[in-house]
Design a protein around this ligand. Structure first.
Ligand code: URA
Length: 268
């Protein structure tokens, strides 16, 4: 197996090379000539470590290569975000649906009125959503529909529903940060296209990622919250799946929903 420098960096290893060797780019450990000092592990006992130069070069070649790779990755990610930010509905939907991830059966793009005043933001598709390609269609989805109906909103007519992550994470685990980072530009574009007056974030994962916060949901709900440069109002409430498990919390969710309704009335 051949390890790239990025692999080594992930393992916490720094590849040292002599000045002579650094002239020729070495792409893998397998390519490192015998005469070149070996990778130095942090774990090596101090007494056996070779003497290091008293003043290390400003940036070792391996580190320079790593930062160049990282710069390339950041530039590619920025170009991707910029391209997504210019897409119309058709292009965005086609692009998201052309993607795949792990064992997920399909991308779950979003559903509802594309000119809605309210967007409901969930976490990620579950098994039923993955199968049907639509967000919130399982038991939690039925409760969500009832919650919306309680403040006079219907899924088809008044809201647009989307998730932070467009693909079902395996075994219903929380989405990983890299998955959120990958999918956030899709949601940002959906929000920009819908131009809602209000976002309702259901559950901790949705709220934390929308608001860039690590606070527990109990601290985020019940307070004025805003999304993005436009400071779009966000109401944070409990996830309907949690409410199914903890029905006593429904009273707090009802308080949140009434706040959502009054924010909509004010901005009407
Ligand atoms: N839970 C979510 O957060 N989103 C869905 O689409 C389904 C369940």
């Amino acid at each position: 197996m051949s390890y790239t420098r990025a692999h080594l960096a992930e393992l916490g290893l720094t590849l040292w090379r002599s000045r002579a060797a650094s002239a020729a780019e070495v792409e893998s450990v397998a390519d490192v000539p015998e005469s070149v000092p070996v990778p130095v592990s942090e774990a090596r006992p101090a007494q056996t470590a070779p003497a290091r130069p008293s003043t290390p070069p400003p940036q070792a070649p391996a580190e320079a290569q790593l930062s160049a790779d990282r710069r390339d990755e950041e530039e590619a990610a920025a170009a991707r975000r910029a391209a997504i930010a210019r897409m119309d509905w058709a292009a965005l939907e086609a692009y998201v649906k052309s993607q795949s991830r792990g064992d997920a059966q399909q991308a779950v793009f979003g559903v509802g009125a594309r000119d809605a005043r309210v967007m409901v933001i969930g976490e990620a598709p579950g098994a039923e959503e993955d199968r049907r390609g639509e967000p919130f269609v399982g038991r939690a989805g039925q409760l969500l529909d009832q919650m919306l109906a309680a403040i006079g909103l219907s899924r088809q007519r008044d809201v647009y529903i989307a998730n932070i992550c467009k693909f079902r994470p395996p075994n219903n685990r929380d989405p990983r940060p890299d998955e959120v980072a990958q999918d956030m530009p899709y949601l940002q574009r959906q929000i920009a296209l819908v131009q809602p007056d209000l976002l309702i974030a259901v559950g901790r994962i949705a709220a934390q990622n929308l608001l860039g916060s690590e606070q527990p949901i109990g601290r985020m709900r019940g307070k004025p919250q805003h999304f993005g440069d436009a400071r779009l109002p966000v109401v944070v409430t409990y996830h309907p799946a949690y409410l199914l498990r903890s029905p006593r919390e429904k009273a707090k969710a009802w308080v949140d929903l009434k706040r959502a309704r009054s924010l909509l009335t004010v901005s009407a």
